[in-house]
Design a protein around this ligand. Structure first.
Ligand code: SAH
Length: 353
């Protein structure tokens, strides 16, 4: 007999079929799922949210991921690269606003110039904050020795989404060449973890060809890999990318959104105390999407603190929200939103106690 949600939620350990049942839940079963994940968040984390200031410092990218708006092949895009001073100003803003940490994110480039630049920035960010501001890096696949260099320079968290843990699906959403190799992505995650980073990963939800079994596999992978952070969001098509030809195969946006909430709830139930991001892409679908994610299990928000004039060019997907706001706008808007979600922002703390 197939287990129902109630049976599943009473368990301590989950089989690989359990997440599929949870992802299928509707009505009262879906409510039970969300109640359970809220309870677990409350118990293990509290009704709290941490801010991580997001600096999208460059949209120059050497890769050609078929879903991504900043892929190398997209010529309908103004490329930018913030100056070091602009990045440091944004870091100072985060520090002065008492954010515990920032995330530096960009397109993917591997070169000695990039390595040195990031190393230098890390030192200067540590300096300007007296070592207090935590730094998450999200700059893609790199050699283990580069990851180590940046770790030694003060980066402690790294976010590298695996995008999908199904090799077949991964190969459908990336070009088939050495630059987009599934095994390398896994190796990178392993080396980040071995070096000692708090390692974060995640997937896109609602991709063409993706099944509930694929998503269940993603959840099991994250549990077995013992990740420290999770950032997952709905896939949102972008008109200037190759994957747009499959737009007719996609679930309606609302269903992708709902599936993302379920994924967040399930990973909270499975992994209890990890950091879970309420992804910006949720807000592209529902104006209070991130707040809904906070209610059912997410505990990290990433206010965009990229200088306003560049935001429009970091368009990973269509309809990206808040691209004409300033960092101050994001701060006050988010605070109001968090209190609406009955949660409280924690300032000045890089790590949870
Ligand atoms: N290059 C960096 C980060 C930049 S992209 C890295 O590899 O880590 C950050 C994330 O945006 C990607 O990992 C991907 O999951 C997400 N993304 C890209 N295109 C998207 C789309 N069309 N819809 C939703 N999310 C997308």
């Amino acid at each position: 007999m197939e287990k129902n949600i109630k049976n599943i939620l009473e368990q301590e350990a989950f089989t690989k079929e359990d997440p599929v049942t949870m992802l299928r839940s509707e009505g009262i079963e879906r409510t039970l799922l969300f109640q359970k994940s809220s309870e677990i968040k409350e118990k293990y984390i509290g009704n709290k949210v941490w801010f991580r200031g997001l600096i999208e410092f460059s949209n120059i990218c050497g890769k050609d991921c078929l879903y991504c708006g900043i892929r190398k092949g997209n010529k309908n895009l103004k490329r930018y690269n913030l100056s070091d001073e602009e990045i440091l100003d944004a870091a100072r803003f985060a520090y002065n606003s008492r954010y515990g940490s920032i995330a530096l994110q960009s397109g993917e480039l591997e070169s000695p110039a990039v390595t040195d630049r990031i190393e230098n920035l890390l030192h200067r960010i540590k300096e300007l904050s007296g070592g207090e501001l935590g730094v998450t890096l999200s700059v893609g696949e790199q050699k283990p020795e580069i990851y180590k260099k940046w770790y030694d320079a003060g980066a402690h968290r790294y976010l590298l989404r695996v995008e999908s843990t199904s090799k077949t699906l991964y190969n459908k959403i990336h070009p088939n060449n050495k630059k987009h190799d599934f095994q390398r992505r896994l190796d990178c995650l392993k080396s980040l973890q071995d070096i000692g980073y708090q390692t974060g990963t995640g997937v896109m939800i609602g991709l063409p060809f993706q099944t509930l079994e694929d998503l269940a596999g993603d959840l099991i992978f994250m549990r077995d890999f013992d990740i420290d952070m999770c950032g997952m969001g709905p896939y949102i098509e972008h008109a200037d990318t190759p994957l747009i030809i499959h737009a007719d195969k996609l679930l309606p946006l609302k269903e992708r959104f709902d599936l993302t909430l379920k994924m967040i709830a399930i990973i909270r139930i499975m992994m209890k105390d990890i950091n879970i991001v309420a992804a910006t892409a949720l807000q592209a679908i529902d104006p209070i999407g991130r707040e809904k994610a906070v209610k059912i299990g997410a505990n990290i928000l990433m206010p965009n603190i990229t200088p306003g004039r560049y935001r429009d060019s970091y368009k990973l997907y269509d309809n990206k929200p808040c691209t004409d706001d300033s960092a101050e706008d994001c701060q006050s808007c988010l605070e109001a939103r968090i209190s609406l979600a009955d949660a409280e922002v924690v300032y000045n703390l890089y790590d949870r106690p």
